[in-house]
Structure formats: structure tokens, C-alpha cells
Design a protein around this ligand. Structure first.
Ligand SMILES: [Zn+2]
Length: 415
């Protein structure tokens, strides 16, 4: 094993150990005493169940993480990458088709091997905690639709990337960057109308008190709202949520049917105001710009590393190629991606506070927001006492207690 191999191995193991440490700390931070803030929202039985849910999910995450790492190391050390490459090359296709076949087979194998875990997660864990609403038919069609989308959308993009790197010389990364950016923008634009309806039913929110309250709020903050949609989240899970997708004329806000069923009108307006806050505070735009820059930097670095023969030797390859290089480069950059995701989470948590503050200020009802957050936590069996290190690594949203405290501080300031 050469220096590239050693660096990648060390990086993979270091990330794995870091996750282990975070998990352990998080489990130890589970406090049997219900935080006073949540008295009345959780009873002792529900609180105990929420902690059991965190424990079960953590153990399951450990199992899948260990399996994935073991599988990768085994495939690597047995020379699996070279074996598959030689097999696919033997079919005598052009470089782009060969790359697509290589990547496609790897992804398909990964999907099949992860399947038992997905089934266990949905039909055993989620079922046991009363969340699961997914039928086996929905599970299977989701899987098939996902695969078809990967082929229809991912295939041409990947083909373009392989083609540019094979034929556009030193400027290939720039062309790829343009292609990937264009692709991402188009997909985000068509997602609300073309992609998401493949998985869920979106129906316009019916006339009534809620719809009127929402539109009155949108008008007040000068947010052009064409429509609010109700998504049949209950098709898969009893957990509830709300989100914002698309941009321009295609932007839309969706509330889960499970959310509407359990919240009061002021609480729902609060949730929606939070989503509008993300838009008004330009978090959506910010996210897009960062992801475009990130893609550009990664493609540039890829263009440098793809010429290093040592990277291919580390994986026992007889021949180098763009398609294999992308995978090895991805592995080499695992720790850097981990640090970047940590920074992105930091920014995201900051944005959540901003969106909360926006909602509280413009609805003038921080208490409704607090009520909504508490109900959401109880409904989703959220961990109320996550360890700060775990939060640092994994949380895109601040711990609920912190969000509530921030809203309380705002409420105090208004009086
Ligand atoms: Zn948010």
C-alpha cells in the first residue's frame, strides 16, 4: 500500500472513530430527567420512549456504518475495483459507456446490499415506535422510481463529466462545472412540479381559516405566494414536517398532512413563517451559491488528482481512468468533506435561528412557534438532550431547547 492508500485508510478510520465517539457521548447525554420546558408535552412514558428511540437509531447507525466501512475495505483489499474495471473494459465499449457501466454496477451493488438495512429500518424500527405507514408496495415502487431517476437524471450528467474529462483537456473541470451547475439549477427548478409528485401527492391547501391566515401573513411580509400545498407525508410516516422547494415562479411551500392534523392555525402560520423566513433571509440563495462554489473547487482538485498514478496504484488498478479516479478522489477527500459538512451544519443552525426570529417577529406570536416546536419534538420523538459534540457533527438544526430559549429571549425583548 502506498502513501495515498495509507492516507485514505487513516482518513476513513479516523472519521469512523470520530462518529463512534460522538455516538457514545450522545447516548451518555441522555438524561432520565425530563427537561422542565417539556412538562405537559411529554409524559414520563413518552419521554422514556423518545430516549429508547434515540438509542435504537444510534445502534442501528453504528451497525450500518460498520458494515459499509467493512465492505469498502474488503472490496478494496481484494482488488475489487480493478477486477470490476477489467470485466467492464472486456465488453469493448467506448470510455464513456465503460465508465457508466462501471459506476452503475457499483451503485446497483451498493443499493442491493443496503436493502436489508432499509427494510429493517422502515418495517422493524419505525414500525416498533409507531411511525411507519409505508406499505411494502410503496417501499418497492420508491426503490424502483429512485433507480429510474438515477438512470434518467444521473446517467446523462455522469456521461457529460466523463466525456469532458476524456476530451476537453486542461479545461475539462471548467466545462464540467458549467454542466453540473446548469444541471443542478434545472433539477431544482423542475423538482417541485416534475420530480417530487412522482413520490408524493401535493394538493392545494383547501379554502378555510388556515389558508386565509397563511395568505394574510404572506401578504403582510410581501412574499408572493401562489399556492400552499399539502403533502401526503402520512403515506410513509406519521412524523411531520414542512419545507420549501424550487425557486422563481416554481417555488412552493409544502406542509405535511401529518403536521396540519396536529397543530393549531397560529402554530401552522408560525411554521410557514419560518419557511418564508428562510427565503426572505436569502438562505436558499446562499445554499445554492455555496454548493456551486463547492462543486467548482472539488472539480478543480479532481482534475489535479486524477493525473496522479499513485492514487490508482493504491487501489491496485492496472489502468487509470476518469470514472475510477472520481471514486478514489471522493474517498481521499472524505475527511475534508466531513469538515465542510460540519461548517455547513454550523451555518445551517445559524440560519435556523434567523428564520425562527423572522417568524416570531412577523407573526408577533413567539409562543405559537414555541408550541409548534414542542409538538413537533414530541410527535417525532426528538432527542431533547443531544450532546454538543454530536450536534457539532450532525445537527443541521439547533437542539430544540436552544431554539425555544432563543424564541423566549425574543418574546421577552418584545414586552
Ligand atoms: Zn428551517
Amino acid at each position: 500500500m502506498n502513501i495515498y492508500g495509507l492516507i485514505i485508510l487513516a482518513a476513513l478510520l479516523a472519521c469512523y472513530v470520530l462518529e463512534l465517539v460522538a455516538d457514545r457521548l450522545n447516548l451518555r447525554a441522555l438524561d432520565p430527567q425530563l427537561p422542565a420546558e417539556f412538562a405537559g408535552v411529554y409524559d414520563s412514558e413518552k419521554y422514556a420512549r423518545s430516549q429508547e428511540y434515540t438509542r435504537t437509531r444510534t445502534r442501528f447507525g453504528l451497525l450500518t456504518g460498520t458494515f459499509d466501512l467493512f465492505l469498502l475495505l474488503l472490496f478494496w483489499q481484494l482488488g475489487g475495483f480493478n477486477w470490476l474495471d477489467q470485466l467492464v473494459r472486456g465488453w469493448g465499449m467506448g470510455p464513456v459507456s465503460t465508465g457508466l457501466a462501471f459506476t452503475g454496477i457499483l451503485l446497483l451493488a451498493k443499493t442491493v446490499l443496503s436493502l436489508p438495512f432499509g427494510i429493517y429500518s422502515t418495517f422493524v424500527i419505525e414500525e416498533r415506535f409507531g411511525f411507519n405507514r409505508t406499505t411494502p408496495l410503496t417501499f418497492i415502487t420508491d426503490l424502483l422510481k429512485g433507480l429510474i431517476l438515477a438512470v434518467v437524471l444521473g446517467g446523462p450528467l455522469l456521461a457529460a463529466v466523463f466525456w469532458f474529462f476524456d476530451s476537453a483537456g486542461a479545461m475539462a473541470w471548467l466545462w464540467c462545472w458549467a454542466a453540473v451547475t446548469l444541471f443542478t439549477l434545472v433539477v431544482q427548478f423542475i423538482a417541485p412540479t416534475w420530480i417530487m409528485p412522482l413520490f408524493n401527492k401535493f394538493s392545494p391547501l383547501e379554502e378555510g381559516e388556515l389558508r386565509e391566515a397563511i395568505f394574510a401573513f404572506a401578504e403582510k411580509v410581501e412574499f408572493s405566494l401562489q399556492n400552499v400545498f399539502v403533502m401526503d407525508g402520512s403515506k410513509r410516516s406519521s412524523k411531520s414536517n414542512a419545507f420549501f422547494t424550487g425557486f422563481g415562479r416554481n417555488k412552493r411551500i409544502a406542509l405535511f398532512d401529518t403536521l396540519i392534523a396536529k397543530h393549531t392555525v397560529p402554530e401552522l402560520v408560525g411554521v410557514l413563517a419560518h419557511e418564508i423566513g428562510h427565503y426572505k433571509k436569502k438562505h436558499i440563495l446562499q445554499g445554492m451559491v455555496i454548493s456551486i462554489i463547492h462543486t467548482g473547487v472539488m472539480l478543480y482538485l479532481l482534475s489535479i488528482f486524477i493525473g496522479h498514478q499513485g492514487l490508482f496504484a493504491a487501489f491496485y488498478m492496472e489502468q487509470s481512468s476518469v470514472y475510477v479516479g472520481i471514486i478514489f478522489f471522493g474517498l481521499l477527500f472524505t475527511p475534508i468533506e466531513m469538515i465542510l459538512s460540519l461548517l455547513m451544519n454550523l451555518l445551517s443552525r445559524h440560519n435556523e435561528y434567523e428564520a425562527d426570529a423572522f417568524a416570531a417577529r412577523h407573526t408577533g406570536e413567539p409562543e405559537s412557534m414555541i408550541g409548534a416546536l414542542k409538538k413537533l419534538a414530541a410527535n417525532n420523538l426528538a432527542n431533547l438532550t443531544p450532546h454538543p459534540f454530536y450536534v457539532l457533527l450532525h445537527y443541521s438544526h439547533p437542539p430544540l431547547i436552544r431554539r425555544i430559549a432563543a424564541l423566549r429571549a425574543l418574546a421577552g425583548g418584545q414586552k
